[in-house]
Design a protein around this ligand. Structure first.
Ligand SMILES: [Zn+2]
Ligand SMILES: [Zn+2]
Length: 154
């Protein structure tokens, strides 16, 4: 497959991912709104062991996410671009902010979550599955299937 390549606006941080995303989602939680500065955050979940920084490293801001879990938001200290997110307690998954990809057009939104905090002025994608809160269906099930596939391989 094509590598996922991306980084921040000033290019001080560059990353690559050598595997397909596990899940692709649009999150409307308040934390993603703050982190992205937008109505919602478009995110790809990728295998943490297939992802690495090629140049530079983000700084991390740790906050309690919509799910109540601690989340570390990675951003560039030079240009301020949000780049990544990860949960310290979930070490096999890395999240990428889709806006940081070199080609964000490859994003295929599958699920929209935390619609309970979505704004009425922001339309939703007609092709996504939709959940008011945490994305157990549409994301959690994809993560589970991916973990089971991995377990079989090893
Ligand atoms: Zn930067
Ligand atoms: Zn969120």
């Amino acid at each position: 497959m094509m590598k996922l390549l991306g980084g921040c606006a000033c290019q001080a941080i560059r990353y690559e991912c050598t595997e397909q995303p596990i899940a692709q989602l649009i999150c409307h939680c308040r934390d993603c709104q703050h982190a992205s500065g937008a109505a919602a955050a478009a995110l790809m979940m990728v295998p943490a062991d297939a992802f690495h920084f090629v140049t530079g490293k983000p700084a991390f801001y740790e906050i309690t996410g919509g799910s109540g879990r601690q989340i570390c938001r990675g951003f560039c200290t030079s240009c301020g671009s949000p780049v990544t997110g990860h949960w310290p307690v979930v070490d096999d998954i890395q999240m990428i902010f889709v806006g940081s990809l070199d080609d964000p057009s490859i994003f295929v939104p599958q699920t929209e979550c935390w619609l309970s905090s979505a704004h009425p002025w922001h339309s939703v994608n007609p092709d996504t599955s939709k959940v008011d809160r945490a994305p157990v269906i549409g994301v959690g099930d994809r993560v589970k299937a991916w973990r089971e596939g991995r377990a079989k391989q090893s």
